[in-house]
Ligand binder design. Structure first.
Ligand SMILES: [Zn+2]
Ligand SMILES: [Zn+2]
Length: 627
């Protein structure tokens, strides 16, 4: 899970506690500096990238009915109870946020110097037991200049900042035109929605989805895995407050990322097990979680190494990447184009373009350099759009200045989708941060939801990573929340961080034939048992489940996922089965009580962020009290 939250609390909590000597006044900034006049109407890419002939990949056998009983018998007793990583912010966070940010803004206004802030913040961070001195000072070194520069430019008060960053837990945003905006649609009526049906036995694309590798070049077997720092399993890791648990050869279930040999072993297994993959979704988060000591060069080296691993193992398979929040430094910071050169993200976009251009057409250069997104025609009538969803990240500090459609990405998306609709193309959307996640800004998420609703007959499915769990998010008709219209698949992470078994995903997508719908026909999650691999010396990768066969589904259309979700609400064993898969059957998965169940089930309904109070009433009534 994302550990940037540590730094958020760190800044908001600690900065508010100290008096700083005024040395310079707050800069007054002109709002017109933040306006972006990019012409998003670029020519769409219209030459199909893929030229293989149709392949009819074997799908798993038809569903076995009522296999849940079998799973119930096999159910393992959960151990190592831990806090759910994806928990929404509590009201306590909101109070601290308001207090801390008010004081921080006040100090900036009074002109505290950078060094004075750093010394005081580090001391307070240690005094309050937030983390070690090294981590506290390191986080300030990595984040300080960006956060302070953005805070100085922002025309926004503390309450509004907390509302933007923490979402619904902090109440509705007070009126501010830079943070309340709506995308506009072309004056073309939405086409009528036809009921969808899938025909089996026709050609399918076999698609590999790899996400959140988080390679740790400093992973050390035998080091402490339950340390105090945000990332452990390194020679320098401190001992935690409990007895030390030592890192295994292939990884550890605690706050540890992927050793190099784990990624190598998985990629080798994939090439042997799946020689017939047609193309690959690669949804980001390549560097590890050592966010308090990262530099641009360090991240670029990891990106280069991981890209090289992918190229070596899949030299002739097209790969379609999306950017993770951890690719940037400070992690999560993606400057919109109106931010001046010194603070821009072009260092990252240019380097990614160098790596990605081997798989992508020249036409994608403009948008990748601009903001790390692109659109390509895969085959006639099938398009792929890769979004940089970090432009909705609540810890993307520049958005405090102006969160209005950063990089005009959503305007561009509408333009691409309208062209696709005009040409009868189907669209697969990929990205890193799922738009319904709590750390995707509400206003961006609302606008994205409207776009998915408008183009529901064009977008067939969406594919993300970031949460590290094996899960999904459903999209509903905004005017009829009982009608599911789209599905976002959140692929499992390769990293174990935290408590997961490493995994990857295979999709079978309706393929290259005249009546292709572009819908996902089935998906499979493949994993290995880390505990056994560390004991026995070698990982044994295996297919954990197929959605059609093991979740007992007729097809994988949004209404089928909605029915499956209803089943999980009403049948405890169905939820327990899903929960096993969520952690890929990891023996370290926490026990899931009613609160955890409510959290996960509501997440699955949330294609849109920060509307839990609106859409999860019935779940709150059913699971509101703990077991
Ligand atoms: Zn990640
Ligand atoms: Zn992420």
């Amino acid at each position: 899970m994302e550990k940037i939250r540590i730094s958020v609390v760190f800044f908001y909590f600690v900065l508010g506690k100290y008096d700083f000597l005024p040395t310079s006044p707050i800069e007054s900034s002109d709002v017109s500096n933040f306006i972006d006049d990019w012409d998003y109407r670029i020519e769409p890419h219209n030459i199909p990238l893929l030229n293989f002939s149709s392949t009819n990949h074997d799908l798993p056998p038809p569903p076995k009915i009522h296999n849940i009983q079998y799973l119930v018998k096999k159910k393992k007793k959960p151990v190592l109870p831990k806090k759910m990583g994806n928990a929404a912010y509590s009201i306590v966070d909101c109070k601290w946020c308001n207090l801390g940010v008010s004081m921080l803004l006040d100090e900036i206004k009074r002109g505290a110097s950078y060094d004075a802030i750093k010394d005081n913040v580090t001391k307070m961070c240690v005094d309050f037991g937030i983390n070690t001195k090294e981590v506290c000072a390191g986080i300030f070194d990595v984040y300080g200049r960006t956060v302070l520069a953005a805070a100085k430019k922002a025309h926004i008060n503390a309450k509004q900042i907390c509302s933007l960053v923490l979402g619904e837990a902090c109440g509705e945003l007070i009126k501010n035109p830079l943070h309340q905006w709506n995308v506009t649609f072309p004056d073309v009526p939405k086409p009528p929605v036809h009921s969808k049906s899938l025909i089996r036995g026709l050609p399918t694309y076999k698609v590999l989805h790899i996400s959140d590798t988080h390679l740790d070049p400093n992973y050390a077997e035998g080091s402490v895995s339950n340390c105090l720092e945000p990332l452990c399993c390194r020679n320098e890791s401190s001992e935690g407050i409990a007895d030390p648990i030592f890192a295994g050869k292939w990884g550890a279930y605690a706050k540890c990322d992927s050793p190099r040999i784990l990624i190598e072993n998985m990629l080798k297994h994939i090439t042997e097990q799946h020689p017939d993959i047609d193309f690959i979704f690669w949804t980001g988060d390549l560097p590890p979680h050592d966010i308090w000591k990262q530099t641009k060069q360090y991240n670029l080296d990891i990106i280069k190494e991981t890209t090289q691993q992918m190229i070596e193992h899949f030299p002739s398979i097209p790969i379609f990447p999306a950017i993770g929040n951890h690719e940037s430094v400070p992690a999560g910071t993606f400057a919109p184009p109106w931010v001046e050169e010194d603070n821009s993200t072009s260092w990252l976009f240019n380097e990614l373009l160098n790596h990605w251009k081997r798989w992508l057409p020249d036409s994608s250069t403009t948008t990748i350099q601009r903001g790390g997104f692109y659109s390509v025609l895969l085959r006639p009538k099938l398009r792929l759009i890769s979004m940089n969803t970090n432009y909705c990240h609540t810890y993307n500090w520049w958005l405090l200045v102006n969160s209005t459609d950063p990089a005009k990405e959503l305007k561009w998306l509408i333009h691409e989708l309208q062209k696709a609709e005009n040409n009868n193309e189907k669209v697969l959307l990929i990205g890193h941060i799922p738009p319904g996640s709590y750390d995707c800004m509400k206003v961006w998420s609302e606008n994205f939801y409207r776009i998915v609703a408008r183009y529901e007959s064009t977008i067939t499915a969406q594919f993300y990573g970031h949460t590290h769990a094996d899960e999904f998010q459903l999209f509903y008709d905004p005017s009829d929340l009982s009608r599911p219209i789209n599905i976002a698949y959140l692929g499992p992470s390769v990293t174990t961080f935290e408590n997961h078994n490493p995994a990857y995903r295979i999709y079978y997508i309706d393929g290259d034939h005249p009546k292709s719908t572009g819908h996902v026909i089935d998906h499979e999650t493949w994993t290995m048992n880390l505990e056994e691999a560390n004991k026995n010396g070698e990982p044994k990768w295996y297919r954990l489940y197929s959605a059609l066969r093991d979740l007992d589904m007729e097809s994988l259309l949004p209404e089928d996922w909605n029915n499956f979700l209803k089943k999980m609400v009403n049948i405890p064993d169905a939820f327990h089965q899903f929960y096993r898969y969520y952690y890929r059957d990891s023996p370290a998965r926490p026990k899931c009580d009613n609160k955890c169940k409510l959290q996960i089930l509501c997440d699955l309904r949330s294609g849109r962020s920060h509307i839990r109070h609106t859409i999860c009433h019935d779940l709150e009534e059913k699971f509101g009290s703990n077991e």
